[in-house]
Ligand binder design. Sequence first.
Ligand SMILES: Cc1cc2nc3c(=O)[nH]c(=O)nc-3n(C[C@H](O)[C@H](O)[C@H](O)COP(=O)(O)OP(=O)(O)OC[C@H]3O[C@@H](n4cnc5c(N)ncnc54)[C@H](O)[C@@H]3O)c2cc1C
Length: 243
Amino acid sequence: METKFKDMGEHYLLNGAKMWISNAPFAQVAVVWAKNEEGRIHGLIVERGMEGFSTPETHNKWSLRASSTGELIFDNVKVPKENLLPNKSGLGAPLGCLDSARYGISWGAIGAAMDCYDTALRYCKEREQFGKPIGQFQLQQKKLAEMITEITKAQLLAWRLGNLKNQGKATSAQISMAKRNNVDMAIKIAREARQMLGGMGITGEYSIMRHSMNLESVITYEGTHDIHLLITGLDVTGLNAFK
Ligand SMILES: Cc1cc2nc3c(=O)[nH]c(=O)nc-3n(C[C@H](O)[C@H](O)[C@H](O)COP(=O)(O)OP(=O)(O)OC[C@H]3O[C@@H](n4cnc5c(N)ncnc54)[C@H](O)[C@@H]3O)c2cc1C
């Protein structure tokens, strides 16, 4: 985390930047996590129109094209003292938000996988080759059977996590495991489902390529696939492999 703020008495002075922020180009407010002079993380609300605050758009994305993405740049932004989020500081504060978002993603990825599976299932019953529906060939059935098995396993993982969350017992490491596993499952199913549609699979007539491309962002945002693996590794060994 490079973004820092200094206490100037009347206000805070914020400097730094963060790339890859969803909705940055039109958001009216930004919740910014930054370090104070002691290196402690705090949340600050930065408002559009504050001098030194800019939000250039990120162009030429081939994934999540319906979602606007941009950068947040803070160049000596004067942030009023009342814009500091109270009651919470340290890494636990942003991690609390990340845990919720990552848990949501563990379900969202299942939705993408289910749509790919469902599209492939319907297609393979309609498309005929060699005089019969392609769904009658064992290789196609293998793909479908494995897809529905993986989807069911992912649902159980997310459902169990939801139960633990309701009891206040879900850990960040468990959430990492679910986010990582379920997005990986979805991206693999999108690829298999795409193949089941043959050439038609690459067209915009079906939703599979869109899911495939969007999942390429999902596997990176809210913690990358590899970083979540390292979180699980740390959880089981107690040894930090990040640096
Ligand atoms: C479309 C989109 C929208 C986003 N929206 C938001 C948003 O709204 N808010 C927000 O805060 N962020 C957002 N992000 C940012 C996202 O969380 C980051 O892209 C992500 O955390 C990865 O950071 P990075 O892109 O800098 O990759 P890097 O950190 O440069 O990582 C590159 C590669 O190196 C690997 N790597 C990095 N460090 C290590 C290590 N120690 N050990 C092993 N491997 C390592 C990573 O796993 C990855 O594979 C968004 C990203 C995208 C693509």
